[in-house]
Design a protein around this ligand. Sequence first.
Ligand code: URA
Length: 249
Amino acid sequence: MAPMQLQDILYSQGFGTRRICAGLIQQGHVQVDLGAGLVDCDDPLEEVDAHEGRMYSVQGVRWPYHAKAYVLLHKPAGYECSHKPSSWPSLYTLLPPALRQRPQKSAVQGVQAVGRLDQDTTGMLVLTDDGPLIHRMSSPRHHVPKVYEVTTDDPLDAKQVQRLLDGVVLDDSPKPVRAAACEAVAEYHLRLTLTEGKYHQVKRMLAAVGNKVVGLHRSQIGEMPLPEDLQPGQWRWITDEEMKRLTGK
Ligand code: URA
């Protein structure tokens, strides 16, 4: 835990350039919890330990310090997982500006979604500024299972379920893709587990067995289900314990 100047701490958390952060501090908009509750701090050069979870308040917004950001978002329908969306609002507008502006060495700033969900898909999405983690979790070699709740247009039958388990051929790959698990939980409700994430994979797999997706929700990543208290459009920090369940480490 290296001591850092207060202005650098705020900068690292996405509150703007160092100059903007120094201004916020000098103007009395910043408080720090050094152990006995939030206290005013108006010196941008004050040294503070970069302590995980230490609470700050910036313009009245409580903000825990995290060297890396790991957040969970319940994606609502009607948002695109892109910074430059074509037809729908960007999912990133659901996050506070600080998470979108965290400084990065690369050109892209802020947290990025680990894999994408379609505009009309709802459910669980992880976002982070930890590049190696994005790479690991998105890599097909890593096989992080993702569970989808699929509402179908036509009634499901045992043959469709078996074909999804055996593997279907999609147009962009000669190798059949198969569901890691697949269960018809109701006549029009399929629970499907995939360990890879090809473009529109669930929709294309269902089309390949002669059915059609009319609703798609991601309910679990790794061993972690979408928390019931996280409403559509809401986000929150991921705890260390949850991180282990998400990544299997
Ligand atoms: N498969 C799809 O078809 N769409 C998604 O959003 C996710 C998986």
